[in-house]
Design a binder for this molecule. Structure first.
Ligand SMILES: [Zn+2]
Length: 412
């Protein structure tokens, strides 16, 4: 069984890097603090007698050899960057848990057929550069220099400049790229960041698929006329059009796409915002998600058509920009079974569930057989200092990871 005391000490040591006065953690993508966390993880990997290296874009790897040198590696891990004032488990729990796996294997004297590679991915959170999972995208080739160069942080710093600033080598981007046939599987343990497991009183989630988002920005231009002097039939009210769009997004996501489709208007800015002026401008931010490709496409096409129809009918000028159109990932049934059997054998209650949030496992899922283990998040809270998982559940998730890696090693 994994060592809960060591797990908690490691989590505490990582939480001290970038600790905030509010009790949270801030370790932005490709920052000095993220590097410090990677250095510590690398030190733990060396202590666990792994073969350790950092790639040119800042992902840290530790490899434990298997008995058959011809076999590709089973990769386990997560990320070490955080959102601003985030919690101490998002990502870190998976890295610390993966280290426990190799320690456990060593303690048992267990030899696997496949090599096991612990990975701490860089730059998973979107908060700095408005793109996610950049470490895993760079190793699998889903992102290259052109995509990186389109991004900037709030200070105008590009990812390449940020990487250079912390001593990485983005000029040698290709060296970070893996031949993905050398990865037999990827398994990630992560906190759920939702309330499904807590409400069902289950200790472990077996992730079946990872949802992805399609996002639009809709800029509506009407006419900012006098609210008293303009007759109702002569108006171009951008907010009234936006109101129809908000309800249209809700209706389409709820009733006209798939059972797993969700749609949200999370941003609504109104101009000029005066009591006596008809709103001449409105900007909406629309987020559509699903774990299945087809209903997400149905929803996003219908929403785009609905927005166009509303604006035409109301004589509103429209600029509709698609900001993102990501593809959901289905988890490998082989890995799902390995996780499910392991939870069952260890006597933990489990639940098969999709992930509503994005993870490195979504990217890895396009490249290799991938699975995820969730542990419950108290009240579903995450990206917050309030993030907390019962230590017994965290231990359960890590013990399942240890078992699942060994089962995957036998079946793959
Ligand atoms: Zn995460």
């Amino acid at each position: 069984m994994a060592d809960l005391g060591r797990i908690q000490n490691n989590l505490k040591a990582l939480a001290a890097i970038g600790a905030t006065p509010e009790g949270g953690v801030t370790r932005p993508a490709w920052s000095a603090l993220e590097r410090e966390a990677h250095l510590l993880a690398a030190q733990w990997m060396r202590e666990a007698e792994l073969d350790v290296w950092v790639d040119t874009v800042g992902n840290t790897f530790g490899r434990r050899e298997g008995s058959d040198p011809r076999l590709p590696t089973i990769m386990i891990g997560s990320h070490l960057d955080t959102v601003n004032n985030g919690g101490n488990l998002d990502g870190t729990a998976g890295v610390v848990g993966s280290l426990e796996v190799v320690r456990e294997l060593a303690a048992k004297g267990a030899v696997t057929r496949h090599p096991i590679t612990v990975v701490a991915f860089a730059a998973e959170e979107a908060v700095r550069f408005a793109d996610t999972c950049m470490g895993s995208k760079l190793i699998t080739g889903y992102m290259g220099r052109a995509e990186l160069d389109r991004l900037k942080d709030a200070q105008g710093v590009t990812p390449v400049e940020a990487m250079q600033g912390v001593g990485l080598h983005p000029d040698r981007l290709d060296e970070a790229r893996w031949d993905t046939s050398r990865i037999a599987a990827y398994i990630e343990m992560h906190i759920e960041q939702g309330q499904v497991l807590e409400k069902l009183c289950k200790q472990v989630g077996v992730v079946t698929a990872i949802a992805a988002a399609t996002r639009y920005k809709a800029i509506l231009k009407g006419s900012a006329d006098h609210s008293g002097a303009t007759p109702m039939g002569k108006r171009k009210d951008a907010l009234a059009a936006a109101a129809e769009i908000v309800l249209g997004v809700e209706r389409i996501a709820a009733f006209e796409a798939g059972p797993t489709t969700v749609g949200t208007v999370g941003i609504l800015k109104v101009q000029p915002g005066a009591m006596t002026v008809i709103p001449g401008g409105a900007e909406l931010g629309i987020d559509i998600r699903d774990t299945i490709v087809e209903p997400k496409k149905v929803a996003s096409d219908k929403i785009a058509a609905m927005i166009q129809e509303v604006c035409e009918r109301r004589n509103i000028e429209l600029e509709l920009i698609q900001l993102l159109d990501d593809v959901p990932a289905v988890m490998s049934t082989t890995i799902q079974e390995a996780i499910r059997h392991s939870a069952g054998r260890l006597g933990y209650s489990y639940h098969m569930m999709p992930s509503a949030a994005g993870h490195d496992a979504r990217i890895m899922g396009f490249a290799t057989q991938t699975g995820m283990i969730f542990v419950p998040s108290r009240q579903g809270l995450s990206h917050s200092p309030e993030e907390w998982t019962n230590p017994a559940d965290l231990l359960a998730g890590i013990n399942v990871l240890v078992e699942a890696v060994q089962e995957a090693d036998k079946t793959l």
